[in-house]
Design a binder for this molecule. Structure first.
Ligand SMILES: C[S@@+](CC[C@H](N)C(=O)[O-])C[C@H]1O[C@@H](n2cnc3c(N)ncnc32)[C@H](O)[C@@H]1O
Length: 217
């Protein structure tokens, strides 16, 4: 089930509105860290072309299959490391990133985009799953994101937070709410810290995303 405010594929409607305010029909959009292509495939019917890049070959393959099944002809998917590769060969007019943000990505977007062109992203906010005591390496707060974008030559037009805090009446409820994350969190040590948080009386689970749109100055 999508969270409140999310579309059926889990994308933020507010973020999609920020993108739709641009002349997408004239643009080639580069989606970095595309995963199985959910943003790229949502944008493709609105854009001239979309290129999705991800380092996970399995996900790129899935994105290609989804594009073929949906009859999307103007999206292509490439295996690559978006924190190492130069974006110029993709000839993007806009760069987007959904839950995949780092300094290396913004630097590359700043290098390839021309004045007036847009970089937009949804990033994990530093408050995302803060109950586990360990933010994602892709997490940013508003101040950090603004600083990075400015350093890379962007003027920020929108920087907002979408936040949803679930509250529980018992430890069991808290555990049940995170059950889908259990395997991943057990592997990286966050599960133990979340259980400790609940056992010590914590009764929340926070989801927080940063929505950013910036224009190359
Ligand atoms: C949280 S997932 C988001 C996927 C997709 N944007 C979405 O919203 O469904 C992050 C994605 O970024 C990819 N990724 C992380 N670092 C990357 C890198 N350096 N180069 C390419 N892809 C990367 C991962 O493989 C993963 O698919």
């Amino acid at each position: 089930m999508p969270s409140p405010g999310e579309s059926a594929d889990g994308l933020s409607p507010a973020f999609l509105e920020l993108l739709k305010a641009e002349p997408l029909a004239d643009l080639t959009v580069l989606d970095v860290g595309t995963g199985s292509g959910r943003l790229a495939l949502t944008l493709a019917p609105l854009c001239r072309a979309v290129v999705g890049v991800d380092r996970e070959a399995r996900l790129v393959d899935e994105a290609r299959k989804r594009a073929a099944a949906a009859g999307v002809a103007n999206a292509r998917f490439v295996v690559g490391d978006v924190e190492v590769e130069d974006y110029a060969p993709f000839k993007p007019d806009m760069v987007v990133a959904y839950l995949c943000l780092s300094a290396a990505i913004v630097e590359r977007a700043g290098r390839v985009l021309r004045p007036g062109q847009v970089f937009a992203c949804v990033a994990f906010h530093t408050d995302q799953w803060k109950e586990t005591g360990r933010p994602s390496r892709f997490a940013y707060g508003e101040v950090g994101a603004r600083r990075l974008l400015k350093k890379c030559g962007f003027a920020v037009e929108h920087c907002g937070v979408e936040r949803e805090v679930q509250t529980f009446e018992s430890v069991e409820q808290g555990l049940a709410a995170a059950v889908a994350l259990q395997e991943k969190w057990k592997a990286d040590g966050r599960w133990f810290r979340y259980v400790k948080f609940l056992e010590e009386g914590g009764r929340t689970l926070t989801r927080a995303h940063l929505l950013v749109k910036a224009r190359r100055a």
